[in-house]
Every structure is written in C-alpha cells, then in structure tokens.
Design a binder for this molecule. Structure first.
Ligand code: MG
Length: 384
C-alpha cells in the first residue's frame, strides 16, 4: 500500500466577522487530497481541510512534509489498513522538539487526510476507527454539541446578535458561545444579557470567548467581577496562551469554569498548561485542536496525558468545530463538540447526515470523515 499523490491548495475563508483579536477577511486554509494505492481495493482518496484561525500551510506541506510521505515504501499497518501512526512518525523525522507553531497545522491537515483514507479503506466512519484505536470500542451514542457564533460584524447591532442566536436555538442547539472583548466591559455585559434573555437567564447555557484580550491579571479580575453574576458555562481564553501566571491568578480568583488551549499545539505545550496554568480538572476545559496540533496521532496522546494527570475526558473540548473534531469527540467520548453554527460560513455546520436535537448530534455512518456530505467543503475539495 503506497501513497501515490498529495495535492494541496490554499483556499480563502474570507468573511466579514471578527473577534476581539482578529478579522477573518484575509483568513485562508489548506485543502488537501491524498491518493492511496491500496492494491486490491484500488485507489482511495483521503481529504483534509485546515482548522480555522492559522492560515494555509502550502510551503511547509509541499517542501517538507508531503515529500516525506511520498517516500514511504509501504504504509500498510494491522488489519490490512493504512497506518496513520507510521505516516506520522515519518513526517516528524528530523524535526527538533519545540517550535510547534505552523508546522503543527501542516502535519495536522495531512494527518487528517490520512485518517480519512484509513477509515474509508476499512469502510467505517472515522469515529468508529478512533473508538477502536484509542477508546476500547466505546463511543458517544449521541455527541454533545454547542453552537459558536455571536461574532462582531461591521454595522451590526444587538438585534442582529439576538436574531443570530435565535436561529441557532431553532436549529436544535441548547448551549451557545458568543464573542466578547472587542468593546469595553459594559458592552460585554449588554451582549451577555441580550443572549441570556433567550436562554431563560440560564448562564450555564452560555459561554463567552474573549480571544486573549486581557494583558494583565488586573484586567482578568475586572472581567471576572463583571461576568461573575451571570454564572457562565465558561470564560474562554482570558489572556495570552502562554501566560500561565495570568491564568493561575485568574483561577485563584474566579470560581467559575475557564476554557483555554486552542492556541497550544503539542503534547509538551499541553503538559505545561496542565502543570503550570493553575487549571482545575473538576471544572476547567482544555481546548487543544487536533487539526492544529499535529493531528489525531498527537491528540490521542494529549488525551492520554491529560487522563494520566487526573483530567476526565469530559473536560477535553476541542477548538474550532471542524468535521475531524466531531469524530474525535464521538470516538474518544470527549466533553463536547463546538459547531460553527452559521451555515453560510465555509466551515459552518456538520456532515449533512448529522441531525442536531436537544443539544446533541447523531453519529454519521458514511465511511471516513464525511467531507463529501458537507456542501461548502466538498465544493472546494472535489476540485482536488
Ligand atoms: Mg476560542
């Protein structure tokens, strides 16, 4: 079994939305296709699509990681299937520890395509392959989900925010995350109260993402004081992802849950977060994104590392809401899946066959990840 061809294209994710840290107008992602000559089963193509927020990685893929994969003489593993772990080890040969950054996303999107192909070769959905590989055959029968939205838009207002969130509730979501932090704390509270009014005033159904807006522990404490009365599901990314001193000060001050980790990219970075970030396994959430942190091979090790440190899988809540993460949450029985709930956004929604009801999603049955049944993504990937 051999990898015959790897094709990558940078694609635009341009959108008028923004958060406290970045605009999406110039955002890009890598779309990837990998052809596998399986012998008896003919040619099978696996697809990958980068997670949002870190741009396309065309150079790293074409110059460094794709040639290493193409040089592997045989990628077959146990059960007559493709072995993503062997492929991963070959991609990471001659890479020094540390300096994860964009490299982790380049490897991550290739790893995604390899897992898609591996599940297709087995003829099963990826959640099932992950369940067999890393969770002793256990999986979520229904996948807990929450809807992400409530970004900032030019010339938008509170009514538009409320309309957007009402639309998500109508789609079957019962937990929501919105953006805050672009304005002042009074503006944040106005946004939070507007959305809470749609959620029966239940703060446990609303999370708030401030996208690293706080630069000192003083500003995090002011934010915590302002948000505390709402008893929110969590506050996400209070400060710089590497500022563990700030994070520790906040978790020592604020009783409510904190979520972070989407801007950390490896098992060693996660180890530092769990060791030195002051996080509490009984309430805080770790949001490392498998697609941005070297893919499923590394992410499965991150989950095992967290478990060894006393973190239940319920506290692992991957960032970004891409299709790979849905399979990871289902197959590894993680805490929840984030869904970019605006269906007109390229990465919005899930595979067509997934039905959302009462805040949970059904299990897709199509072999692989199921990019073929996601209209916006398939329109881009089929060109590959
Ligand atoms: Mg976030």
């Amino acid at each position: 079994m051999r990898i015959k061809d790897i094709r990558e294209r940078p694609v635009s994710l341009s959108d008028p939305m923004s958060n406290a840290g970045i605009s999406y107008l110039e955002m890009t992602a890598s779309a990837v296709a990998i052809d596998i000559d399986t012998g008896e089963k003919g040619m099978i193509t696996g697809y990958g699509f980068s997670s949002v927020g870190r741009y396309a990685q065309s150079g790293l893929i074409s110059e460094r990681f794709a040639p290493r994969l193409l040089a592997i003489e045989d990628v077959e593993g146990a059960n007559c299937g493709l072995d993503p772990v062997r492929c991963w080890a070959t991609m990471m040969a001659n890479e020094k520890p540390g300096g994860d950054g964009d490299r982790a996303g380049a490897v991550g999107v290739l790893d995604m395509a390899l897992w898609d192909a591996a599940a297709k070769i087995r003829g099963i959905p990826l959640w099932q392959l992950l369940s067999e590989s890393y969770n002793e055959g256990n999986f979520h029968k229904r996948v807990p989900v929450y809807a992400t939205g409530g970004h900032y838009y030019p010339n938008s207002d509170l009514e538009a925010l409320k309309d957007e969130i009402k639309g998500y509730l109508d789609q079957g979501y019962d937990r929501i995350k919105i953006k805050c932090g672009q304005g002042d704390l009074a503006d944040d509270c106005t946004r939070i109260e507007a959305v809470l009014a749609l959620l029966d005033g239940d703060g446990s159904r609303l999370a708030v993402d401030v996208n690293c807006m706080c630069s000192t522990s003083g500003t995090t404490q002011e934010m915590a004081d302002a948000y505390a009365p709402y008893k929110l599901a969590w506050i996400e990314e209070p400060g710089h992802p590497h500022d563990f001193e700030l994070l520790t000060a906040l978790t020592g001050y604020y009783d409510g849950p904190i979520a972070t980790g989407e801007n950390l990219f490896s098992m060693s970075e996660t180890y530092n977060l769990l060791s030195y970030g002051g996080l509490r396994p009984d309430r805080d959430m770790v949001q490392v994104d498998p697609a941005l942190s070297y893919g499923m091979v590394e992410y499965a090790n991150i989950v095992r590392l967290a478990e060894a440190g006393g973190w239940p899988r319920s506290q692992m809540v991957p960032h970004a809401g891409h299709l790979l993460a849905y399979h990871a949450v289902a197959g590894l029985q993680l805490g929840a899946h984030e869904i970019a709930a605006r269906r007109d956004f390229i990465l919005g929604g899930l595979q067509d066959e997934v039905l959302i009801e009462d805040g949970t999603g059904s299990l897709p049955q199509t072999p692989g990840i199921g990019f073929e049944s996601h209209a916006q993504l398939w329109a881009l990937l089929k060109e590959l």
